[in-house]
Design a protein. Structure first.
Length: 365
């Protein structure tokens, strides 16, 4: 870890929090069930249940606000058939200044991005479909060609194009929506403050917890990052997720690790021993054919997202979506090589998982 400078910040990015909370509230399945997922150890269960309760309340309130005045923006916050990341979320994680804490300054910065690049919405979204290409330098013809080949529905391509032509209006609408969502977050200031304190206590300033997190996931930061510095921020909304952002489309993009508050105890729980709850949730995960096919493919060879997508006839964003779930479950490891993330099967954990499943099913006790 000595080669990488770690910047721990115990603040939450409110735009990202609101965007993710809103997206989850708009999903067709019951987001309460999707949120609960796996059970954590008994010692953490009460805290996690309180997180879930708060998040459900926030998401419900946000959906009410959205449906009352802003439903015309739904396209920007819904997953598409060919992609599991939404257009506006993709835009935010690509261009939002992660080191800035004033959302008004962040919004001004986003407006400058849109002034300088009239197709930034398409650029950020389509960059999820093919990691082999450098979309930072792609011209409009290349972007439109790749948008046409993206696998999106025709009406989604058209809608994305129209929104991209009017990004100042999109940002005006987002500002109005965000100013209606932000008071909801502020009503839960106490819970967010407690979460920030928890993150501060968990991380400290020495990076030991981050080192432990990297060991549990099989990730080596100095092998993943091009830069010598990484910003580490917490997320309450994605409390069970772990996300790396490189922001390669920004001139001054900041490598950032978005750390879900409960991802570390979840992974510790897996290392300590695989519970029946973990077995059941993992078997449910593996019952998804696409996820199972991905594991089969990377069991034979390490591969990057576009390779896997081509082999399985899926889109690269869909592969990324499934990889996040498989990594959270402990089944996948990755490394960076030649600016690509190569995924491989975590054989040691899979063998442990299968052995524990076998013991539970065949035990006479």
């Amino acid at each position: 870890m000595a080669r990488v400078k770690i910047l721990f910040k115990n603040w939450f990015q409110p735009m990202l929090e609101c965007c993710e909370l809103l997206e989850d509230s708009l999903r067709e399945e019951g987001f309460e069930d999707a949120l609960r997922g796996e059970h954590l150890p008994a010692a953490d269960e009460q805290r996690v249940r309180s997180h879930i309760t708060v998040l459900i309340r926030i998401r419900t309130e946000m959906r009410t606000v959205f449906n009352s005045e802003f439903s015309h923006m739904q396209f920007l916050f819904q997953e598409k058939k060919a992609s599991k990341i939404t257009p506006f979320h993709s835009f935010l994680i690509s261009y939002l200044n992660m080191l800035e804490t004033d959302w008004k300054i962040q919004l001004q910065d986003l407006r400058k991005v849109c002034e300088q690049d009239k197709l930034c919405l398409i650029r950020s979204y389509i960059s999820n479909f093919d990691e082999d290409k450098d979309y930072k330098a792609a011209d409009s013809q290349q972007l439109l060609t790749d948008l046409d080949a993206s696998g999106l529905e025709v009406e989604d391509k058209w809608e994305l194009w129209m929104r991209a032509q009017n990004m100042m209006t999109v940002l005006d609408e987002w500002e109005a929506l965000f100013q209606n969502l932000l008071p909801i977050l502020k009503r839960y200031h106490k819970e967010y403050a407690e979460a920030a304190s928890l993150f501060q206590d968990m991380c400290g300033n020495d990076g030991e917890q981050l080192q432990e997190l990297m060991e549990l996931t099989g990730i080596k930061l100095d092998a993943v990052l091009e830069s010598e510095e990484i910003l580490v921020l917490p997320t309450f909304a994605g409390f069970r997720s772990l996300s790396f952002l490189t922001q390669e489309l920004r001139e001054d993009g900041q490598a950032t690790l978005i750390w879900g508050l409960d991802i570390l105890p979840l992974l510790k729980h897996k290392k300590a021993g695989i519970s029946i709850d973990t077995i059941c949730s993992s078997l449910k995960l593996l019952s998804d054919k696409s996820k199972f096919d991905i594991l089969c493919f990377v069991s034979r060879q390490s591969a990057y997202g576009a390779q896997i997508a081509k082999e399985l006839q899926l889109t690269t964003p869909t592969i990324s979506y499934h990889m996040q779930s498989l990594m959270n479950a402990g089944f996948i490891k990755f490394r960076k090589e030649n600016n690509r993330l190569y995924y491989s099967l975590n054989r040691a954990y899979l063998e442990e998982f299968l052995e524990m499943t076998k013991q539970k099913l065949l035990s006479n006790s």
